[in-house]
Design a protein around this ligand. Structure first.
Ligand code: SF4
Length: 66
C-alpha cells in the first residue's frame, strides 16, 4: 500500500470513529476515494441524506453531542 492510500485509509478509519456515532449519520461510505462519504440526515431527513465531507462534520460538531 502506498503512502497516499495509507493516509486515505487512516483518515477513513478516523472518520468512522469520530463521526460514526453521530445520531444524524446514517452511513459512511467504505470508498476511501469518495470526497463526501458521510450520509447526514440532519438537514434533509432520513429518506434523503446529504453527503458531506469530514470538514462539514468538524464545523457542525453535532457528533460531540451524541
Ligand atoms: S454534518 Fe453534523 S449532523 Fe451531519 S453527520 Fe456530520 S456531525 Fe452529524
Amino acid at each position: 500500500m502506498n503512502e497516499v492510500m495509507q493516509l486515505k485509509t487512516d483518515l477513513h478509519r478516523l472518520t468512522v470513529e469520530l463521526i460514526g456515532n453521530c445520531k444524524y449519520c446514517s452511513l459512511i461510505s467504505s470508498n476511501v476515494e469518495f470526497k463526501t462519504p458521510i450520509y447526514c440526515t440532519k438537514f434533509t431527513g432520513a429518506t434523503h441524506p446529504t453527503c458531506v465531507d469530514v470538514g462539514t462534520c468538524l464545523a457542525c460538531q453535532e457528533y460531540k453531542r451524541t
